[in-house]
Design a protein around this ligand. Structure first.
Ligand code: CMC
Length: 428
């Protein structure tokens, strides 16, 4: 007999099935709760709610475990490259060497963007935040590829849509950046690997010979892999819920980009650097900012600290902290905010407030320092997160469709005015 839990509602007992994941995590299946009791559950922020069964990413926040399709994150970050991880996330298996080569080639071949994108970009103010621009451009892709809004694309057509957006997103980002700076736009180079091509399109000097730098390519690959998926977070859940209405892949990705932008989610990497700069300009007194973060009358939070799920350590942050020292060393960059970040972490980790609430550095605490060392402008940090998260969003969107998940439609507890006190409008 499979496990059940007993729930007593208004004296009536009902049995609810328990479902168990492959890592032994358990959930009470409440699918029949409302029909049998009239009750719904209430869980602000979905802190206890599993919205789906998923085979893409596993994480255990207490043990600090993160794996994609069963592969530990540290192994992937060390031994894989971003496109291989994208394939793994989307198709569920590591590609063979021939499959990887073919996938990389397909992506490179799809990396050019419609020329009218340039015309659209001309309409944006030069100082527009790139996350808003990139979200708009992702949505605009539906106009250039009307077949993308087909509700039930064939597997081949879907593959083409996925490959195209992986190929085009770096080009959209680099084109946005260069146009905002008044620099000539560079076409993608198909002879370069994915990360080197992105860096080339962002920063190469037009008309000059360009030599890709392996340190930079390795750093981008690592950061993108570490950001590639993170199960049902705010942006990924948004992608799935938007896609559940059969909205197109590109429209769902645009929604995910909007969700990622906020400072409590992907926007934290920009906010961290701005906070570290503020501390530096204020004289570097980390203790003062720790006090501010603890003060409930102050709206200030220690950005890059805390996580909804990780309550011990964020395995991505551990890898990034080590990578940060290594990459800055290799690039010969010395950044005073790195010293401030390390000092801040040390003070916070021994402070009772942070210890009691299990607040640790998250993935965004050190990533911005690496991006800065690579010359990425601060307002592009969250865009870098989006570039990394793209295959995760795609994989989760595809899984949601493959599993025929119903449209996402939560319920609510209504607390507004009641019709019982209704005064007919004519009697106003
Ligand atoms: N600084 C100071 N206090 C904090 C912080 C922080 N960064 N994070 C949480 N707290 C406190 C919070 O005030 C609350 O205290 P109390 O119990 O006294 O009311 C307690 O810790 C629990 O916080 P919460 O807001 O209920 O926790 P949550 O799970 O809803 O929020 C979080 C998680 C990531 C939104 C939050 O920790 C936060 O705002 N961190 C700063 C922003 C940040 O770095 N975000 C990036 C997250 S990782 C990248 C990603 O995948 O999105």
């Amino acid at each position: 007999m499979s496990e059940q839990v007993e729930l007593i509602v208004e004296g009536k007992s009902i049995k609810l099935p328990v479902i168990e994941g492959t890592e032994k995590e358990k959930a009470i299946d409440i699918a029949k709760l409302r029909s049998e009791t009239g009750y719904i559950t209430y869980d602000p922020g979905f802190k206890n709610t599993g919205s789906t069964r998923s085979g893409v990413t596993f994480l255990d926040g207490e043990l600090g475990i993160l794996s994609y399709r069963g592969y530990p994150i540290d192994q992937l970050a060390e031994k894989s490259n971003f496109i291989e991880v994208a394939y793994l996330l989307i198709y569920g298996k590591l590609p063979t060497s021939a499959q990887l080569t073919a996938f990389e080639k397909e992506i490179a071949e799809q990396s050019e963007i419609p020329s009218n994108i340039g015309t659209i970009l001309n309409g944006f103010p030069a100082d527009a935040h790139p996350m808003g621009v990139i979200g708009s451009l992702l949505s605009a892709l539906t106009a250039f590829y009307p077949e993308s809004i087909e509700a039930n694309p064939s597997p081949e057509a879907l593959h083409k849509l996925m490959v195209r957006v992986i190929g085009q997103l770096p080009t959209l980002v680099a084109t946005t950046y260069r146009k905002s700076k008044g620099l000539p736009v560079l076409a993608p180079r198909k002879d370069l690997d994915y990360c080197s091509n992105f860096y080339y399109m962002m920063f190469a000097e037009a008309g000059k010979e360009y030599k890709a730098d392996q340190v930079i390519a390795d750093a981008l690959n690592k950061l993108f892999i570490l950001h590639a998926d993170h199960e049902q977070n705010c942006s990924t859940s948004t992608v799935r819920i938007v896609g559940s209405s059969q909205a197109s892949l590109y429209a769902s990705l645009a929604a995910g980009t909007a969700a990622l932008w906020g400072p409590l989610h992907g926007g934290a990497n920009q906010a961290v650097i701005e906070m570290l700069e503020e501390i530096k300009n204020d004289g570097g007194d980390t203790a003062k900012f720790i006090l501010k973060a603890k003060d409930k009358n102050d709206n200030f939070r220690l950005m890059g600290f805390g996580h909804r799920v990780y309550k011990n350590f964020d395995p991505r942050a551990k890898i990034i902290k080590v990578a940060c020292d290594q990459i800055l060393g290799k690039l010969g960059v010395s950044d005073p905010v790195l010293t401030i970040a390390k000092g801040l972490e040390e003070v916070a980790l021994s402070d009772q407030y942070f210890v009691d609430r299990k607040l640790y550095p998250n993935v965004d605490f050190y990533s911005g320092i690496i991006y800065r060392a690579l010359g990425i402008p601060t307002e592009y940090f969250t865009v870098m997160f989006a570039l990394g998260r793209l295959p995760g969003w795609i994989a989760q969107w595809k899984e949601m469709r493959d599993d025929n998940e119903p449209i996402g439609r939560p319920r609510q507890i209504y607390i507004g005015e009641t019709e019982r006190n209704y005064v007919p409008i004519d009697n106003r």
